[in-house]
Write a protein of this length. Sequence first.
Length: 215
Amino acid sequence: MVKIAPSILSADFSKLGEEIKAVEMAGADYIHVDVMDGHFVPNITMGHLVLKAIRPLTELPLDVHLMIENPDSYIEDFAEAGADIITVHVEAATHLHRTIQLIKAKGVKAGVVLNPATPVDAIKHIIHDIDMVLLMTVNPGFGGQSFIQNVVPKIKEVSELVQTHGLNVEIEVDGGVNAETAPLCIEAGANVLVAGSAIYGKKDLKDAINSIRGV
Ligand code: DX5
Ligand code: ZN
């Protein structure tokens, strides 16, 4: 069954602990943490101190999506703050292989993120070294944007790449995922779906998660 990773970017920050517990109780598989620096993306969110504060509040893996320049400089901070998965944008990493090794050396799962316009070719030569590919279906920076349907064939392309090599790489999709767009992602081969507004924007969190999961 596909995993669901609620994005706390859409949570009420004044009660972040409760908001995380609530999605955990509602059946979430990961907690997706969107880190933005105001340079790589035009928005600023949270840093490793917030991650450290939420770490003791949940048993779920913390899936940390770094939308920052110079990711190498911050990997140690996020690893030590308790990240279980760290994903870095290929567009922000000058020496991607080195960045991946830095993450793995910290005992953290490593993933690579592709913006909507970035071709799958960008990860072809690193696919054996990573645990996750994250495909953006919006331009990163904000929650609540519309799903870019033209990315769906890329999900399929990554899925075929992973299968061809017989690898154990998770395929995550992020941006505009809801009960209508989730089936397209699942059908194309995604096995982890991030959703912010389609979960935290709903009254019944369990119902929201189930409808994205398609159960
Ligand atoms: C966008 C973030 C997403 C965002 C998703 O830059 O990476 O994780 O929170 O929000 P929705 O699901 O509302 O598009
Ligand atoms: Zn994200």
